[in-house]
Structures are given as C-alpha cells and as structure tokens.
Design a protein around this ligand. Structure first.
Ligand code: CP
Length: 307
C-alpha cells in the first residue's frame, strides 16, 4: 500500500480495488454489536482541519476509533494558527506528539503535498482547495459499485461547478483508472482551463447526457468561492442555474430506470438538486456518508496496519 494518499492518481487499479474490497469487509463490522477492531491500537491519527467539514472530519474520526487508534482532532479555529503559527510548525508539533498519520483539509491546493515533505508519518488528503479529495472519490466509487455491481464501463455524468470542485477532479482520475466513462457537464464559466486534457468528455448540455447515464453526480455550487463582483459573471442567478443545470424530478425521469443520483454534500437544495430528488429512492447521498466511514477505515487500515 502507498505511504501517502495525496491524489486519486496515487492509486492504480489494483490498489484502488484493494481499498474498495477492504471497505466492503469494514462495512460488515458496522452490523456487529461491537463495532471495533484492535488493528490500530497504539497508533495515533491526527485530523488537521483548516477548513470546515462535517462528513469528512467526523467519518475519519469514527473510522480511526473503530480501528482502536488514538485520535487527535485539531481545528485551526481556536488553535495557535490564529497567532500566526505556520502549517509546518503546527505539523511538526503534532508529529512530536506521536502522530502516525495526519489527515489534512486545507484551503490551499497543494498543502498536503508540502506536509508530506516535512513529516515522517503518512499524510492523507481530506480536501485541498480546489485540487483533490481522493477519499471522497473512493467512497463514491464504493457506493456506485455497491448499487450497480461494477465500475468498468459505467457512464458517469459529473454536473455543475467543476471549476471549484476537488471532488470532480479526484473522481475523474479514479473512475478513469477503474474503467468508467466520465462526462463533465457545466456552464463554460464553471469549467477549469485545461479541462480538455482530463480523461473525460465535456459538454454544456445536461439534458443530452441524462438518457445514457448510469450515474448522475451533482456538484455543489461553491458559493464561498464565488466571491465579490465575480459572482455574477459565473451565472446570472440561482434560478437560472437551476433551470439549466439543476437536477429535478422531470430530469430524473429522463434517466434510465437503474441510474442513481449522487451528491458529495453539503447540498444547496433547490439550486443544483431539488429536495424531491435528494430525498428520493434514486439518491445515494446517505449511503455515500455511510460508505465514507468504511472507506476511510480501509484507507487507515491499509496505510497504517502494515498491509
Ligand atoms: N463531502 C465533503 O467533503 O463534505 P464535508 O465538507 O462536510 O467534509
């Protein structure tokens, strides 16, 4: 297994499949009365979060605790970061306390890569800026495989704010490795420069891709990154965005019977996805969260357990 997980591109098909298979075994643990394994007893996992998170931070904490690791939750808010302490000094301090792995979320793309060059333990990227979120891609692949039985040959449409989405980039890389076909659907203003070099097809027309999609993955419109006077230049209004790129019940009816709807969360209900669709039987949003614990257990187990 790899030492660091910084990018979905760090995983070849065999390693990614090993993570998904191990996550399936970990999911079985959740059914037991005692949901703990002793595997990481005596190991320390630090959750180092410089940016807000609900799902990722809590699921890494649950995952590490289910494997009997000691967990330190570090949030930049309320820490010496407010006194100007650098990422490097913070990381070296945490390493001195015996961290075997640091799970990092940071607003700066590339921060986990810098961290990996400073510390001896493992680094897991829990989302860096607009760059990558590899464990989100793994849990999304885990959910697709559980619902649809395979990944190879699946048609996956990833829809919305691709420009600011670390989830989209990691999913494109991982799904390509695992043999799925990805189509990115977005207004031209929400596609990154160079997207033509990604292993994916690009289109502006959501309605055209729905009839052939096995998976429709909606992305959050990242309001916090559409700041200042620039906001209006990405799209005219939330209503206009929802009309062109929102997934509502009428659009879901254009999808094949078996096709599923995904969203990494948090959602803007009524913008990129309607409440009716988010809460429907087609939606895997809650399953994705549950799968997140199993996948993060698998990642920690394989990276720290010596397998
Ligand atoms: N999907 C995701 O990363 O959610 P959080 O920001 O709540 O961790």
């Amino acid at each position: 297994m790899i030492r660091h997980l910084l990018s979905a591109a760090d995983l070849d098909a065999a390693t990614a499949t090993q993570v998904l298979d191990t996550a399936e075994e970990m999911a079985g643990l959740a059914e037991r009365e005692v949901k703990k394994l002793p595997t990481l007893r005596g190991r320390t996992v630090v959750n180092l979060f410089y940016e807000d998170s609900t799902r990722t931070r809590t699921s890494f904490e649950v995952a590490a605790k289910r494997l009997s690791a000691d967990v330190i939750n570090f949030s930049a808010k309320g820490s010496s970061v407010s006194k100007g302490e650098s990422l490097k000094d913070t990381a070296l301090t945490l390493q001195a306390m015996g961290a075997d792995a640091i799970v990092i979320r940071h607003m700066a793309s590339g921060a986990p890569h810098r961290l990996a060059s400073w510390i001896d333990g493992s680094v897991i990227n829990a989302g860096d800026g607009t760059h990558e979120h590899p464990t989100q891609a793994l849990l999304d692949a885990f959910t697709m495989r559980a619902r649809l039985g395979r990944l190879g040959g699946l048609s996956v449409a990833i829809v919305g704010d691709v420009l600011h989405s670390r989830v989209a980039r990691s999913n494109v890389l991982l799904l390509h490795t695992l043999g799925a076909k990805v189509t990115l659907v977005a207004p031209p203003t929400l596609l990154p420069v160079g997207v033509g070099t990604w292993p994916a097809t690009v289109t502006y027309d959501l309605d055209a891709v729905l009839p052939d999609a096995d998976v429709v993955m909606m992305l959050r419109v990242q309001r916090e990154r559409l700041t200042g006077g620039w906001r209006d230049s990405f799209f005219p209004s939330d209503r206009e965005y929802a009309l062109r790129y929102g997934l509502d019940a009428a659009r879901v009816r254009r999808m094949p019977e078996h096709a599923i709807v995904m969203h990494p969360g948090p959602m803007n209900r009524g913008v990129e996805i309607s409440a009716e669709v988010a809460d429907s039987a087609r939606s895997t949003i809650v399953e994705q969260v549950a799968g997140g614990v199993s996948v993060r257990m698998a990642v920690l187990y394989l990276m720290l357990g010596g397998h």
